[in-house]
Design a protein around this ligand. Structure first.
Ligand SMILES: Cc1cc2nc3c(=O)[nH]c(=O)nc-3n(C[C@H](O)[C@H](O)[C@H](O)COP(=O)(O)O)c2cc1C
Length: 140
């Protein structure tokens, strides 16, 4: 089972979560803004910050351009001030490619100006690792 984790983070919070989760999978997270090759992937973990109520546009474009039939399953996490899951657009793209998406999604509190000061904190990163463990359980 090849697992890859991709993320887009404008101010670094999603990146912290991506790193914490990747340590559970024993992989290096992939920043989609950096040059990379997405190798063979059975399970794709996708992370984004929420901006104007939406996932990052460049991430949506990246997912739209993913070759179909390559990836079997996916799981999604996000970071936002509201701590509300607003990743439905990602789910729709993945499902349109016949990729099965884990029902449970992880949303983590981030920081924006003075709101959510200090997040993600150690407890948030612990929850991120627990979500990664849950993903592993779901494919066991
Ligand atoms: C331009 C901008 C727009 C944002 N819009 C929202 C929003 O609509 N809802 C929300 O809950 N948080 C919003 N936030 C807060 C971010 O989602 C939050 O800071 C998140 O942790 C950013 O992730 P990142 O550090 O990985 O980029 C916004 C932040 C920025 C910079």
């Amino acid at each position: 089972m090849d697992i890859n984790l991709i993320y887009k983070s404008r101010t670094g919070h999603t990146k912290q979560i991506a790193k914490a989760m990747s340590s559970v999978f024993n992989i290096e997270p992939i920043d989609i803004s950096e040059p990379h090759v997405l190798g063979h992937t059975d399970l794709l973990i996708v992370g984004t910050g929420i901006y104007g109520g939406r996932p990052d546009e460049s991430l949506l474009e990246y997912l739209n351009n993913l070759p179909a039939n390559q990836i079997k399953g996916a799981a999604i996490f996000s970071s936002s001030i509201s701590n509300k899951d607003q990743t439905e657009l990602i789910v729709n793209i993945l499902k349109s490619k016949n990729i099965e998406v884990l029902n449970k999604r992880f949303s983590c509190k981030g920081q924006f100006l003075l709101f959510g000061w200090g997040h993600p904190d150690l407890n948030d990163l612990k929850k991120a690792k627990e979500f990664a463990a849950l993903i592993l359980d779901s494919i066991a």
